[in-house]
Each structure stands twice: as structure tokens, then as C-alpha cells.
Write a protein that binds this ligand. Structure first.
Ligand code: ADP
Ligand code: ZN
Length: 518
């Protein structure tokens, strides 16, 4: 077999050209370098290790977490005439002996194995006598202790690396935020300059993020001219899924619910109807999405804050697989933020885990509140880059910022002076100096903060409040009636009075105008 990657691409895989950064990555590894490859699912990671494995002398060793995945890959490679094998516990002793014989005789091009198998002392020893072209660790995020797919045996792969210090090693994954990425590189001894990050942009998706104002009205506006289109509406709770789907049906839409609380048959029926239907809207919790392969999903709406930027990227990524223009909309409100903060605080996770979770939430809120191009912020989270895209709401209409220090001081003082137990509506009414029987009953029409906020309207104060919740200066009591209190950070802000720029809420206008279609 010739060692020319392009020739291999054509003859073995039947493709004409490399995609994205595949050629760069393959060249880099062929030259004997290590590589870290971060590409979205479907980006074409497999070729990045398979082709160097075929082109270089020796056997390529691929670490993969799931037997089912390995079996598929091996079958596909064999079909293409590649001598691929999987070393796993399903092999009989004879098969196993024969496989090792073949490996030693140089008759295997690519070997797949799970870390549990590879790390057995006898396997490690036996590998020592085999000429390896490279070691590729697929789904490398599984070694991150803070990731959601942590697999302890992945953590011990450094032993494997130590045994083969001169063999080029690759780590590949589709999901890795900055800390996970650093952890993978550090653990496997791969340098920053060996990292290839690309392919995250989905240019046909138009991003829009709005404050949650009146979610039903906002959803209705968004759907107004989308009669013949299929889409997904994500909600946080099962109850909200049911209610929203029922409401959309009353509005004359073909909307179906999907969540883990439904019985399996009904759920699957809805999924099938969505998959094959023309203008079906599926209203779902995050339980929906795995294995969905509908090319013409025209829109994805998050009625509640998604779980993280990664989750947002995955979920919005279900739109527009056919490459045609598609719209995604996310709504977020201060209650979503407070709820998420509370989940984190009250979980019994270790402090470091909580710290990571807080960082992830911050990153998501940063995307929601950004005054820059959404796509730039989104891609930079994955370490990828782009120019201001012209195809998101902030590009179309850059939001305004204002010096919010005084407003924040007023709001915090008002919460303080009213005793840190009233909710947003009440506190804002005090700031606005509204004549109100309840306010006078509590004597709050006689405190210094009564009526000191008349320079802003109710809507503006809500936006300021939401941003201070996001900045964790204000806490919301979610168990009671949404009583607001001042956090440690809020107290420090009141003491030190630092500068603070805030975003001016976009004027209410139709979501339709915000997302023109061509
Ligand atoms: P990943 O592992 O990144 O999720 P895969 O390696 O499974 O992605 O590739 C996704 C699909 O794209 C596969 O069907 C693969 O054959 C195809 N593919 C990969 N590279 C190319 C290419 N250069 N040209 C055409 N198709 C490609
Ligand atoms: Zn943009």
C-alpha cells in the first residue's frame, strides 16, 4: 500500500478530498508528531487516525470506550479491505491467540481495544513486541474527572503512553471545554501546539437569544410565519413540555410532547411522527435528541436556559443538517439563572466540581449577555474562531451597553432597605415610587430608596436585576416567593462601588423581524 494519504483516501474510502483540517492533521501525525483533535460529531475524526495508521509502518492502536462502536468501525474498515481487528472480551482463547499471532506477524493494520483490556499487564507486555505506528485515544474526554462521561480506566492510559514514549499519540474528542481540554493535554503529555480545533461553525444556523419576557407570546411570534416547518422546542420540565405542547395544539400546530415520563410506546410514536412528518413540532426535554437524524429541522427554540454551552451547541446543532437556513432562539430569565445557581449550590458535589459548574453557567450567561457576535462567543468556547458572522441577532443589531453602576447600587440598596424578603415586582415598584397599598402598609414609601429609580422603566429594571442575578450579586429565594437578597458579592459591590457596564434590553419587537429569512 502506498503511503500517500490522498491516495488512501481515494482508494480505501472512495472520497475525493479531505475535509476541513483533516489533511493538516494527517500530515502532522505522519511526521511523527502527537495531536489533539477537537471536532464536532460527524466532522470526520476517524480518518485523522485511520489514514496515518495505514500510511505509517506498524500497527495503529485505537483506544475506544464502547465495544459496539469498535465493532461498527472494524466492520466498515474490513469492508474497505483494511485489516482491522478488535481485541475484546468476546474473543475465545483460540481467537485471541490467533489475533496475537497475526499482530506479531504484521498482519494487522488497525487494532481497536477498550482501555480496560489494554491496561491488563499481560496485554501491555505482549504489545511491547509489536511495532506500533500510533496510539489514538478516541473519545478522550472520558478521561476528564469533571466531564459527564468520566471512565476511570481512561485515567490510567498514561501508563500505556509511558510504555510507548516514542510512538505518536493522538487524543480525539467532540466535546471539550477549556478545562477539559487542558486536562486531556496535560494527562497525555500533548503540547498546546499539537492541538487542532476546527469545524464547529454551523454557518446556516442563525442564532438569536432574548430575555424571557412573555415566553408564550415570544414563542408564538417566533412561530408565526413558520407554518410548514418542523422544529424542536426544548423545555426544562416534563410538566412544561406537556403544557406547551397542549397549548401549541390549541394554537393549531401539530405539536407533540416527548419526555422520559411518557410511556415508551407513545414517546417512540411521537419521535417517528416527527422524524417523518412534514410540519411537526416536537416539544421536549433534553431527553430528546439522541439518534435523531432529521435533516430538515428548520428551528430549535429553548424556552428555558439550556444546561451548558455544550448542551446548547448540541441541541441547536440539530437544526439545519441539510445546510439550508435555520433559526434557533433561546429565551432566558432571571429565574432560570437563580434555579441553576441553586442546583449547583445545593448539590452534594465536591467544591471543585461546583466551581466547574459555576464556570460553565457563567460561560452560558456570557453568551446570552454578550454584545459581540454570538457565533464568535460560541466558537471561542470550543477554541475555534470566526469573523463577526452577520447571521446572528447581535450582528444584525448590536445591543447597547450603559454604565450600570448607579442603577445596581440603587437596586441593591432597595433590596436591603426593604428587608431582603420581597420579590422582583415589589422591589421594582418601590424603586419606581408606585403608590401601592402594600408598600405604604409596610412603610416602604417612607424609605430613602422609594422612587429613586424613576429614570428607568419596569422592563429596564427587570433587565438590570437579571444581570445582577447572573453576576451573583443578588440571590433569589426559589423555595418561597422569589424573595431577593444580597449575596456576599453584592455586599462587596456596595462597599467598593466598582465600575459596571450592563446591557440595555432590546426593545420588544417581533422575533420575526429579528430573524429575517431569505
Ligand atoms: P466523527 O468521528 O468526527 O464523528 P466520522 O469520522 O465518523 O466523524 O465521519 C463522519 C462521516 O463523514 C463518515 O460517514 C465519514 O465517512 C464521512 N467523511 C469523513 N471524512 C470525509 C471526507 N474527507 N470526505 C467525505 N466524507 C467524509
Ligand atoms: Zn454574528
Amino acid at each position: 500500500m502506498t503511503a500517500d494519504p490522498l491516495h488512501i483516501l481515494k482508494t480505501v474510502y472512495g472520497y475525493d478530498a479531505f475535509r476541513g483540517r483533516q489533511a493538516d492533521i494527517i500530515r502532522h501525525v505522519m511526521a511523527g508528531n502527537n495531536a489533539f483533535v477537537l471536532m464536532p460529531t460527524g466532522g470526520g475524526k476517524s480518518l485523522c487516525y485511520q489514514i496515518p495508521a495505514l500510511a505509517r509502518n506498524g500497527m495503529g492502536l485505537i483506544v475506544s470506550p464502547l465495544i459496539a462502536l469498535m465493532v461498527d468501525q472494524v466492520a466498515a474498515l474490513r469492508q474497505a479491505g483494511v485489516r482491522a481487528e478488535a481485541l475484546n472480551s468476546d474473543l475465545s482463547p483460540e481467537e485471541r491467540r490467533a489475533l496475537w499471532r497475526d499482530m506479531r506477524a504484521g498482519k494487522v493494520d488497525i487494532l481497536y481495544a477498550a482501555p480496560e483490556t489494554l491496561l491488563k499487564p499481560d496485554v501491555l507486555d505482549a504489545l511491547q513486541s509489536i511495532d506500533l505506528s500510533l496510539i489514538a485515544i478516541d473519545e478522550a474526554h472520558c478521561l476528564s474527572q469533571w466531564g459527564h462521561d468520566f471512565r476511570p480506566p481512561y485515567r490510567q492510559l498514561d501508563t500505556l503512553i509511558e510504555r510507548f514514549p516514542d510512538t505518536p499519540r493522538m487524543a480525539l474528542t467532540a466535546t471539550a471545554d477549556e478545562p477539559t481540554r487542558a486536562e486531556i493535554l496535560g494527562h497525555l503529555g500533548i503540547e498546546e501546539h499539537d492541538a487542532f480545533i476546527a469545524g464547529f461553525d454551523r454557518p446556516n444556523i442563525r442564532y438569536a437569544i432574548m430575555e424571557k419576557d412573555n415566553p408564550r407570546a415570544q414563542l408564538k411570534r417566533f412561530l408565526k410565519d413558520r407554518d410548514g416547518e418542523s422544529g424542536i422546542v426544548y423545555c426544562l420540565s416534563k410538566r412544561k413540555v406537556d403544557e406547551t405542547a397542549a397549548w401549541l395544539r390549541e394554537e393549531g400546530r401539530d405539536a407533540l410532547p416527548y419526555h422520559a415520563g411518557m410511556d415508551k410506546a407513545a414517546r417512540e410514536e411521537n419521535q417517528t411522527r416527527f422524524q417523518h412528518g412534514e410540519a411537526v413540532i416536537i416539544v421536549a426535554t433534553v431527553a430528546f435528541g439522541m439518534g435523531i437524524d432529521k435533516p430538515d429541522v428548520r428551528f430549535v427554540v429553548h424556552v428555558d436556559l439550556p444546561g451548558s454551552i455544550e448542551a446548547y451547541y448540541q441541541e441547536t446543532g440539530r437544526a439545519g443538517r441539510d445546510g439550508l437556513p435555520s433559526d434557533v432562539l433561546m429565551l432566558y430569565g432571571y429565574e432560570d439563572i437563580a434555579l441553576r445557581n441553586r442546583f449547583i449550590e445545593e448539590s452534594d458535589a465536591a467544591d471543585q466540581r461546583k466551581y466547574m459548574e459555576r464556570q460553565k453557567l457563567d460561560a452560558l450567561l456570557g453568551l446570552a449577555e454578550t454584545a459581540s457576535c454570538r457565533r464568535q462567543v460560541l466558537l471561542s468556547y470550543f477554541g475555534d474562531r470566526c469573523e463577526p458572522c452577520g447571521n446572528c441577532d447581535t450582528c444584525a443589531e448590536p445591543p447597547d451597553l450603559f454604565d450600570g453602576a448607579i442603577a445596581a447600587q440603587k437596586l441593591l440598596s432597595c433590596i436591603y432597605r426593604t428587608g431582603e424578603r420581597f420579590g422582583q415586582a415589589y422591589v421594582i415598584r418601590v424603586l419606581l415610587g408606585v403608590e401601592d397599598e402594600r408598600i405604604s402598609r409596610f412603610g416602604h414609601d417612607r424609605i430613602t430608596t422609594y422612587g429613586i429609580g424613576k429614570e428607568h422603566d419596569n422592563r429596564m429594571w427587570r433587565a438590570i436585576l437579571r444581570q445582577l442575578v447572573a453576576l451573583r450579586m443578588i440571590e433569589v429565594d426559589l423555595s418561597g416567593h422569589g424573595g431577593l437578597s444580597i449575596s456576599e458579592d453584592g455586599r462587596r459591590f456596595l462597599r467598593e462601588k466598582p465600575a459596571l457596564m450592563l446591557r440595555i434590553p432590546s426593545a420588544p419587537r417581533s422575533a420575526r423581524q429579528q430573524t429575517p429569512r431569505n
